[in-house]
Design a protein around this ligand. Structure first.
Ligand SMILES: Cc1cc2nc3c(=O)[nH]c(=O)nc-3n(C[C@H](O)[C@H](O)[C@H](O)COP(=O)(O)OP(=O)(O)OC[C@H]3O[C@@H](n4cnc5c(N)ncnc54)[C@H](O)[C@@H]3O)c2cc1C
Ligand code: SF4
Length: 336
């Protein structure tokens, strides 16, 4: 591990100032990085993939930034709330099961106790070529160097949102729940707080896979806000083993069903795309319809209509369709 300067945040202003002064770009090999639970940042530093010259420990901001605040018609989650606390919260399990389950099915109990919501959505790809610096050719790590995964082992890689420069999968689970619920971000920066749809946070790789988010230098995520309540929502995750494993394919579904008719439907896909993926064309097929197996299949097919498999990951298209169809079935039939 390389030497780095460690600073403890005293307040949000000091944290963004310290990060901004170092020209921080949160998801590149930036000169300064915020430290939350540290469960992935420290890993990447040990692997020499991330080489920050400075770290700003934002844990002292937890008092203001870790609240779980369910309100009558919305939910606000502080970015420093622990994954385990949010997953175990009664009100969230009842009114936002898609959030509770996306967190409960992620990582391990020990990791969830340490890890924060903000760190979770900012985690980086698990592409093995990205995480192994002995491979020179990784456009995300070394811009312009090529992509070892294109002709390498790409079983875990993306089938949606890829480019000729990168096919790495976005690995997290919680982000799909946020996408399905149209969540907003509260972002704290040098000029105060701004709000942005969560869907605008992650950038598809295009020809700059090294630029992963739209956060500006020095900015921190301070909270997530969800409007409405979504008791009829599910998160279904298919993976190689039932615990402590990233998704091969997952679906976050939120439905509003009245008298058997689907009034509103949201579908987000994980494990199969370069960014948390919203399947809007598939959603449109559900609105105003009564549910049956044929409809579920058409929706699942539409969700993967643009998917492109490679040598080892073509199975994700068939698997992903089944995950969507099953998640829909679960969402329609769940007791609320
Ligand atoms: C073995 C293993 C298995 C895992 N399995 C899963 C899984 O199945 N599903 C899943 O979703 N995740 C999984 N994870 C990832 C895990 O959930 C993340 O490591 C964790 O959520 C990161 O949170 P953290 O608070 O520890 O972040 P940190 O490691 O502290 O930070 C992560 C990144 O986010 C930045 N950051 C942190 N907070 C903020 C903020 N408020 N604003 C802006 N930037 C910020 C940091 O600078 C850093 O770049 C796994 C991890 C491991 C090690
Ligand atoms: S898929 Fe992306 S992260 Fe993986 S080797 Fe290729 S460029 Fe790097």
């Amino acid at each position: 591990m390389r030497p780095f300067l460690y600073q403890k945040a005293t307040d949000p202003g000091m944290a963004v100032q310290a990060l901004g002064a170092a020209g921080n770009n949160p998801l590149t090999r930036a000169t300064a990085q915020p430290l939350a639970g540290g469960t992935t940042l420290i890993d990447l530093m040990k692997l020499d993939v991330m080489r920050p010259a400075a770290i700003v420990d934002i844990n002292p901001l937890a008092q203001g930034w870790s609240a779980i605040e369910p309100r009558d018609d919305s939910l606000r989650l502080g970015a420093l709330a622990k994954m385990s606390d949010v997953a175990a919260h009664d009100g969230i399990q009842r009114n936002y099961p898609v959030i509770a389950n996306s967190l409960k099915l992620a990582a391990s109990a020990q990791l969830r106790n340490m890890a924060t919501l903000g760190g979770n959505v900012m985690q980086r790809t698990r592409c093995s070529y990205f995480r192994d610096v002995s491979y020179e050719n990784c456009n995300k790590r070394n811009p312009g160097s090529g992509c070892a995964a294109m002709d390498g082992v790409n079983r875990m890689h993306a089938v949606l949102g890829t480019s000729d420069h990168c096919i790495a999968t976005y690995p997290g689970d919680f982000a799909q729940a946020l996408i399905a619920l149209d969540a907003m971000l509260e972002i704290t920066g040098a000029s105060g707080t701004r709000n942005m749809p969560f869907a605008e946070l992650h950038k598809a790789p295009g020809n700059t896979p090294d630029i992963e988010t739209t956060l500006r230098p020095g900015e921190l995520i301070s909270a997530f806000v969800i409007r409405g309540r979504w008791p009829r929502s599910v998160y279904l995750k298919a993976r190689d083993r039932q615990s402590y494993e990233f998704a091969l394919s997952s679906a976050a579904i939120a439905l509003d069903v009245q008298d058997g008719t689907i009034r509103d439907a949201r579908i987000a896909l994980g494990g199969v795309a370069t960014v948390p993926w919203r399947a809007r064309e598939a959603e449109a097929l559900l609105k105003g319809q009564k549910f049956d197996d044929g409809l579920a299949q058409r929706v699942a097919d539409a969700a993967f209509a643009e998917a492109r498999g490679r040598r080892h990951n073509g199975f994700k298209i068939a698997l992903g369709r089944r995950v969507v169809a099953r998640a829909l079935q679960q969402a329609v039939t769940m007791e609320i």
